[in-house]
Design a protein around this ligand. Structure first.
Ligand code: COA
Length: 443
């Protein structure tokens, strides 16, 4: 076993590995719950040794100390997705945000839009052939490791071995740090009555045999809860969480009717509790692939009856979807929302759904608004949108005129905000409506 000798030669402590990173490097950190903790911590602890390090990351689940103002002379964070640890830093100008479809990130690395000097990753223990699995974070992490000039890998026996296109050989890793910590976990959310109603409405338009994509959080979990009576559902999703386990146990998710990757759940990353991390370990039902494959709208569209379920912060009366910023403040990112909406729209029998509570901020504001707040980024264009679902019903926008879609959206807004939305509708469309009636009668 030649690779085993190599493995031993490459072993370093977290601090020694961190010292291999040269000033001025662009460093990509493994994604989401697969974030490598020890080398990043060692680097931040030795911050005075570094200058001009750009740290590229998406959903940061670790401490994120490199974004702190006091570390700004040493590290500059460049984010694809704002989150709790990075949102304020981006808003205050202490970190940057780069807009980018999730499916495009590997290309950003490969084609040198963002040249990867160093990839710090976390992988499973090697198998007898010397291959480590990317486990719960394949997404952009594997492509980053493939492009990087220097690959530092934390090898963690707690990282599950997921199958699919999910492996890196010891030969392709420059330095290895053995670690043994528990993976980052996210607990299941509590589901409110409003979310249950949204879930029920979504379930009413999901047919047996559909292939599903959904994100994380209480709305996806509520939708999953309402699918118990369906048959032979499949999954092709950027990510999965614990919410799928119940439907797999009950034999609802079988993947039998999928038109590509039949009998398999296809995902790019996994984020949940130890329960799902144990479930995906060496499980032939689950395959992980890099995100430029899983989120490629052309690949997604090959799934017949593909249903994409995503959420947003605001939608205006034209159906423009704001999912990632509130005014100019970056709240999250596009993630795979547009990738999946476009893939589902192109799929034979496919459906794309934006599922939202009708209000936010404890009912103080309507999510359905006449105009998006000034400065807000449009995440999904009005041309891409098919269904919007709230606890009050379903608005199908595809094929509808501006006037019709505004009316459909008002019908699913919270009743206490409908009067002001109708007022706006009348301002915009009443004249046009009168003329339309006149034309019909007199011509
Ligand atoms: N006006 C003002 N504030 C609003 C608002 C509005 N219309 N809508 C939401 N907010 C506030 C909420 O009050 C909440 O604030 P808080 O954290 O202080 O309570 C915050 O914004 C987030 O709202 P909420 O909608 O509850 O968040 P969520 O966790 O359900 O996430 C998205 C919703 C849209 C932010 C999230 O789904 C996302 O980032 N989507 C884009 C990426 C994507 O779709 N990826 C594909 C699937 S992985």
């Amino acid at each position: 076993m030649e690779w085993l000798n190599l493995y031993k030669e490459k072993l370093l402590s977290p601090r020694e590995a961190a010292f291999k990173i040269k000033n001025g490097s662009r460093v990509v950190i493994g994604h989401a719950a697969g974030e490598p903790k020890k080398v990043v911590e060692a680097m931040v602890n030795e911050k005075d040794k570094y200058s001009g390090i750009e740290i590229v990351h998406m959903i940061g689940m670790g401490l994120g100390d490199y974004v702190k103002k006091e570390n700004n002379n040493n590290f500059r964070h460049n984010s694809f997705f704002a989150g709790p640890t990075t949102r304020e830093a981006i808003a205050n100008g202490n970190a940057d945000f780069t807009p980018c479809f999730f499916s495009e990130i590997p290309r950003m690395f490969r084609d040198d839009y963002l040249t990867v000097d160093v990839a710090i990753i976390q992988v499973s223990s090697p198998d007898k052939h010397g291959f480590c699995s990317f486990g719960i974070s394949n997404d952009y992490t594997k492509p980053a490791a493939e492009c990087a000039k220097l690959v530092i890998a934390e090898v963690n026996p707690n990282m599950p071995r997921t199958l699919g296109d999910s492996f890196i050989h010891i030969n392709d890793i420059d330095y290895i740090v053995e670690v043994n910590y528990e993976l980052i976990e996210i607990n299941k959310s509590n589901i409110t009555d409003t979310e249950k109603a949204i879930g029920k409405n979504c379930a009413s338009i999901i047919e047996n045999g559909s292939t599903l994509q959904f994100g994380i959080g209480s709305i996806p979990d509520a939708v999953l809860m309402c699918l118990e009576n369906k048959k032979d559902l499949g999954i092709h999703s950027e990510m999965i969480s614990d919410g799928v386990l119940n439907l797999i146990e009950k034999g609802v998710i079988t993947n039998k009717r999928k038109t590509i990757h039949k009998n398999k759940i296809v995902v790019s990353f996994i984020m949940g509790t130890k329960k799902i991390y144990d479930f995906v370990n060496n499980n032939p039902m689950i395959e992980t692939y890099p995100v430029d494959y899983v989120n490629d709208p052309n690949i997604i569209s090959k799934n017949k009856n593909m249903v994409a379920i995503n959420s947003c912060i605001q939608v205006d009366l034209m159906g423009q979807i704001a999912s990632e910023s509130i005014g100019i403040k970056q709240f999250s990112g596009v993630g795979g929302q547009v990738d999946f909406i476009r893939g589902a729209n192109m799929s034979d029998g496919g459906k794309s759904i934006i599922a939202i509570p009708s209000t936010a901020k404890n009912g103080e504001v309507s999510r359905i608004v006449p105009f998006l707040e000034k400065g807000t980024a449009v995440t999904t264009s009005r041309n891409d949108i098919q269904y919007i679902v709230t606890e009050y019903g379903i608005a199908e926008l595809k094929g509808k005129s501006l006037k019709e879609r505004a009316r459909a959206l008002i019908n699913i807004a919270h009743p206490k905000f409908r009067a002001e939305l109708i007022e706006e509708w009348e301002k915009r469309f009443k004249k046009e409506f009168d003329y339309f009636i006149y034309y019909k009668i007199h011509k």
